[in-house]
Design a protein around this ligand. Structure first.
Ligand code: NAP
Length: 561
């Protein structure tokens, strides 16, 4: 794990920037590399003290990825993927961060990254066709193109709970964890939130703390990870044909991840066979469980069979029947919220030093000076860990004052829900690209696959503009509206909208309920490729003073007026 910021060397050359990149996580780093390779002058601006994005901030105990490490990694460089050695099936946060740092060094990216630099505003000047970015130190950066590589789960959120400012103990958020780590030994700890982060952190904190109170509002479904060291055989199997595995993930799967995909309905087999299949997948571990049958996310009756299986495992694992019942989700389909993947989560509730507080029975009323008060009791706590998630997909963008060609603020435009054509560009915000933006597969995918696809598409688009002497691209409102409708329609062919999830913005009071991600990495890629092949259909491409002061030109997209 890189704890200290590396020296920041001067950027390559004094060329004016072509592209300003916001963020130096997985997306920002690959953007820098790809844009450089294409001959663009690009620089990334990163709020953190080092590279890594979400893996820089989320250092809570137990943090690890639940996409297998051999798949949750870059595919763009064969030598890189052959040479890097992952130690475990599901990599820990420190290992992933080491990998990211390795990539930054290996491709000499740091000289074009400005760390400790938060972009607070970005405005497009239509006269000069330039984005002007302002940093928190008041510095100004200009570039004709800007790419927001700000991440989907990067705006950590502590809910507004009465009394929080009176609390005298220590306060942590899983998504903004102290770099020096936290020692909970001997402490009374409260964890609020039982999503993926809470479910990973709770067993680890329970092992240290004198006592742990877990405050659960909505139970989540979780499947065991069965994490283990990677065997040499397994690694050899992947690496012997890495390119083909990557191609399959990209082109043939909806999530960008290879699982053992079933081809039949859960209702096409008898109870005993179904039970055997679920049990085999449960024993194997991981989100592979979701793919036991091909209709688990579209058919309610099929879905119920998987939910019943998991609830049976919870009841079997948790000794106290009342606690087990409280841990069983009952009011939304399994997989409609992000499935959690755990190590010893349900078992943790059999520990003497762990108490589950069911906030549905006894709502959280306030934080007091010394702990957490519900309608039934007050729980003293030396430390409160908020595992309360993120303002997902739009939070990091909303935090920047982004103004488009007519001075409109992006966050105002998105007041009723985010709108972006292909999740890549929002109409009225020319030359501003989003990586894994709302309306793209993003959080419903292996995000590395989505990032690589977006970065490649953006790079190709910029190269296309350059080679045609064009300096400006904007999505048309019509294309954006049609795309938004398509995203909605696809979502509604599934059970996803049946859950009040963060995919819908449901975790943020007042946030519009719009299903934000696009379902289907494979079809999405085809659509993006088709749009580009048709001369950037649904976009307006035009010349600018800088790129050649001629009349706007039709490149498949519409003429600018
Ligand atoms: P999350 O899934 O949004 O979970 C937040 C938790 O906090 C929920 O249990 C929520 O309850 C609770 N909560 C929020 N506000 C609350 C309040 N005012 N009072 C009481 N409880 C409150 O956030 P997360 O766990 O950080 O995970 C977010 C996403 O990050 C995941 O879904 C996943 O995509 C990603 N992630 C992945 C991994 C991994 O790869 N293993 C690990 C961590 C995170 P309600 O459900 O009732 O709102």
């Amino acid at each position: 794990m890189s704890m200290t910021a590396p020296p920041q060397t001067a950027p390559s050359g004094d060329r004016p920037l072509d592209v300003a990149v916001v963020g130096a996580g997985f997306a920002g780093l690959y953007l820098l590399h790809r844009l450089r390779t294409l001959g663009f002058a690009a620089r990334a601006f990163e709020a953190a003290g080092d590279v890594g994005g979400t893996w820089y901030w989320n250092r809570y105990p137990g943090a690890r990825c639940d996409v297998e490490s051999l798949q949750y990694s870059y595919s763009f460089d064969e030598d890189l993927q052959q040479e890097w050695t992952w130690s475990e099936r599901f990599a820990t946060q420190p290992e992933i961060l080491r990998y990211i740092n390795h990539v930054a060094d290996r491709f000499d990216l740091r000289r074009d990254i400005r760390l400790n630099t938060r972009i607070v505003a970005a405005a497009f000047d239509p006269e000069r066709a330039l984005w002007t970015l302002t940093t928190d130190a008041g510095d100004v950066i200009e570039a004709p193109f800007c790419v927001m590589a700000t991440g989907c789960l990067s705006a950590a959120r502590i809910p507004a709970i009465a009394g929080l400012s009176d609390y005298r103990g220590r306060v942590y958020h899983t998504g903004d964890w102290p770099h020096e780590g936290v020692d909970f030994t001997g402490l009374k700890v409260a964890v609020i939130g039982t999503g993926s982060s809470g479910i990973q952190a709770i067993p680890e904190i329970a092992r240290q703390a004198a006592h742990l109170d877990v405050f659960q509002r909505t139970p989540n479904f979780s499947v065991p990870a069965r994490n283990a060291p990677l065997s040499e055989d397994y690694v050899r199997h992947w690496k012997s044909d890495y390119a083909e595995h990557r191609r399959r993930a990209r082109e043939e799967t909806r999530s960008g991840t290879i699982y053992d995909f079933a081809t039949r309905s859960a209702l096409a087999v008898d109870d005993a066979e179904r039970e055997r299949e679920y049990a085999a997948r449960w024993a194997k571990g991981g989100a592979n469980f979701m793919h036991a049958y091909n209709d688990l996310l579209v058919d309610e009756a099929a879905n119920r069979t998987a939910a019943d299986f998991v609830r049976a495992r919870i009841r079997e694992t948790v000794a106290d029947p009342a606690v087990a019942e409280a841990l069983c989700p009952t009011d939304y389909p399994i997989f409609a919220k992000r499935i959690c993947v755990d190590t010893d989560y349900y078992e943790t509730f059999n520990r003497e030093n762990v108490t589950l507080v069911d906030l549905r029975e006894t709502p959280l009323e306030a934080i007091t000076a010394h702990g957490v008060r519900t309608s039934a009791a007050t729980y003293d706590a030396d430390a409160i860990v908020f595992a309360t998630g993120f303002d997902a997909m739009t939070g990091a963008l909303d935090a920047i004052d982004i103004r488009g060609a007519a001075g409109t603020r992006l966050r105002d435009k998105w007041a009723e829900g985010p709108r972006a054509y292909l999740g890549l560009m929002s109409a009225g915000f020319p030359n501003l690209f989003l990586v894994t933006g709302p309306g793209s597969p993003s959080v419903l995918s292996n995000v590395l696959v989505s990032i690589e696809q977006h970065v490649a598409w953006i790079g190709d688009c910029l190269a296309h503009l350059r080679s045609h002497g064009l300096g400006r691209i904007d999505a048309t409102p019509e294309a954006e509206d049609r795309w938004g409708e398509h995203v909605r329609e696809v979502a509604h062919t599934t059970l996803y909208p049946r859950a009040a999830s963060w995919y819908m913005g449901a975790n943020i009071p007042g946030k519009p309920r719009v299903f934000m991600p696009y379902i289907g990495v494979n079809t999405y890629r085809q659509k993006c490729n088709a749009v580009a092949a048709a001369g950037y259909e649904g976009f307006v491409l035009s010349r600018t003073a800088a790129a050649g002061n001629e009349a706007p030109r039709q490149r498949g997209g519409r003429h600018a007026s």
